[in-house]
Design a protein around this ligand. Sequence first.
Ligand code: PLP
Length: 282
Amino acid sequence: MRTVYLNGEYLPENEAKVSIFDRGFLMADGVYEVTSVLDGKLLEFDGHLKRLERSLSELDMDKPEGFDDLLEIHRELVKRNDVDQGGVYLQITRGAADRDFVFPKDAKPTLVLFTQSKPLLDTPAAQNGISVIFADDIRWGRRDIKTVQLLYPSMCKMMAKAAGADDAWLVEDGFITEGSSNNAYIVKGNKIITRGLSSDILHGITRASLLKYAAEAQMEIEERNFTPDEARDADEAFISSASTFVMPVVKVDGVEIGEGKPGAVSKRLREIYIDESRKRAI
Ligand code: PLP
């Protein structure tokens, strides 16, 4: 049985209990982060912590007790649960208070962390690539805040599954914003194209590092909006996220991309990303 962390305590997973009045449960009033683990070490910890602080501040949510010990808590959970590959999920909610739309004055934020062990490296998806469909982006306008309002992304994964695909790329005003739980990229003539940062998308921690590594490797990057037509017609496509790193996309909206196999640029970026993040893991 896993050991999880709840408000200052390490507990067996079946003993960790949160109030029915918790605003995370009643109102999705919470934020989260997922930090990947490779070789038992944390990837991109500082990036995730910084974005977490920003999410809290954008929502006027207090830091929970234990916030300053988050690195130690992550490491302790990885150790206690013997995680070699997988991730640490962290969630902070505004805490428990009688149900009211108005933020409570003195609720104590809830802090929960748990681990998930799963292979991240040589998965079939990484080797063969994944397929994506398009779906309307009907999410709220602050996608730069990593909140636990994940019902629509969850529905998108179900729509993809029903269509025999793996995931959905979201489309708004004729342009792709991002994947349901990842950032989206196409490659055309060796140019890597991905949407620029704004409140329309989550500012991926993987995206930031990946673009830095790609620039260092003299690869050409264009941060701009791109259309579903451009995606169907791309030489390559891929996604990035903490848990997928760089994952080739070989089919978009039923159309094979390139030769329907992971492309050279996507494969190289995946390699670079994994090598560089491994070196920096803590
Ligand atoms: N975009 C969305 C909507 C996401 O949910 C995620 C990750 O969960 C990402 C992008 C990728 O972000 P990161 O690279 O920080 O995992």
